[in-house]
Design a binder for this molecule. Structure first.
Ligand SMILES: Cc1ncc(COP(=O)(O)O)c(C=O)c1O
Length: 352
């Protein structure tokens, strides 16, 4: 064995393995020959599944990872002179190694937010200067659902952003690496806060929800189609090295999650474990929380030294070391025992 299959932690929702139903789907997709580069039966089925979730106009472009999905989606929306407005905490700004700028050639215009969420007023801090040749043109806005801070936009909040963005001639991108967690927390279908709320293009997550490695860019709106975003994606996906030759295995993972209720079961479980964790440590003296726990991440501020003592037993990341803030992520295979053991360790380390 190269690894300890019992080792568990709260570092990220991609530290977990592959959900057995996804692994079965990959195995079932094996055998025989299928046309490469996406003209296969599994990618065709994925298009049907995506249309069932997001509406008849939706078109999916499976890719290898979330960074690739984001860069590709934004590149397809923007001309060379375009810029995208995002929260300062957005994954595209802090966790993609500069790929949007370097690979995508996209200028990011970032805005500080209290909770990872943009509002029309916050967008306006950077959405200005159209027609000024000295300013990269703000032509898109990117929001993350659920956010990097574990918070959520309501469908109405997204609709207000979409109306605001569209009225200014911009398009709206959603980073949905954790879209499933948002849908179950809001108790709505996926389309209620995407297609129906005016989102133009989506990075649809799979990996954090139990896939081995599968995401997709999904074109949602007629507005995006009119700008020939789908056609751009055909060429940009290859150019950005995100075109899988054996695409059937990527599509089969997304079909396994989204054709049925696996996406929902996995996200419900991860969210429930985060809620359990928060409830279990909420009354520990000196522990406080920077944000509401609305999806599968808990962001806690701990007394001096507690994080490092607990980390001797469970791995997780500091989110903001200066603020003594840590991030605990729950995932589809986090157990109640894991959560209770972490909570006990926090309690002991805090001397409670
Ligand atoms: C909000 C968000 N977007 C996108 C991604 C996808 O990133 P990756 O390129 O690691 O698949 C992540 C993963 O951490 C994320 O948290």
């Amino acid at each position: 064995m190269l690894h300890d299959a019992d080792l568990r932690g709260f570092a990220s929702d991609n530290y977990s393995g592959v959900h057995p139903e996804v692994l079965d789907a990959i195995a079932a997709a094996n055998g025989g020959h299928q046309t490469a580069y996406g003209a296969d039966a599994f990618t065709a089925r994925l298009q049907e599944v995506v249309r069932e979730h997001f509406g008849e106009a939706a078109e999916a472009f499976p890719v290898f990872n979330g960074t690739g999905a984001n860069v590709l989606a934004l590149q397809a929306l923007l001309p060379r002179w375009g810029a995208v407005v995002s929260a300062k905490t957005a994954h595209i700004n802090v966790d993609e190694g500069g790929a949007p700028e370097r690979v995508g050639g996209i200028k990011l215009l970032t805005v500080p937010t209290p909770d990872g969420k943009l509002t029309p007023e916050l967008i306006d801090l950077e959405a200005w200067g159209w027609g000024d040749e000295h300013r990269a043109q703000p032509l898109a806005v990117s929001i993350t659902q659920s956010t990097e801070l574990g918070t959520l936009y309501t469908a109405d909040e997204i609709r207000a952003i979409a109306d605001h963005v569209h009225a200014r001639g911009m398009l709206l991108h959603m980073d949905g690496a954790r879209l499933a967690n948002a849908a179950v927390a809001l108790d709505t279908p996926l389309r209620a806060f995407t297609t129906d709320a005016g989102v133009d293009i989506l990075s649809l997550g799979g990996t954090k929800n139990g896939a081995m490695g599968a995401e997709a860019v999904v074109v949602l709106s007629a507005r995006a189609s009119e700008q020939r975003v789908g056609e751009a994606l055909v060429y940009l996906r290859k150019l950005n090295m995100q075109l899988a030759s054996k695409m059937r295995f990527i599509s089969a993972q997304l079909v396994a999650l989204y054709d049925g209720d696996l996406w929902r079961r996995n996200a419900e479980h991860a969210n429930a474990m985060a809620a359990r964790l928060r409830a279990a440590v909420e009354d520990v003296p000196g522990v406080s929380f920077a944000y509401p726990t609305q999806s599968n991440g808990v962001f806690a501020r701990l007394p001096e030294g507690v994080a490092d003592r607990v980390r001797e037993r469970f791995f997780f990341y500091d989110w903001d070391r200066a603020a003594r803030e840590v991030r605990w992520m729950c995932t589809w295979d986090t157990t109640e025992d894991d959560v209770d053991a972490l909570a006990r360790a926090v309690r002991e380390a805090a001397g409670a």
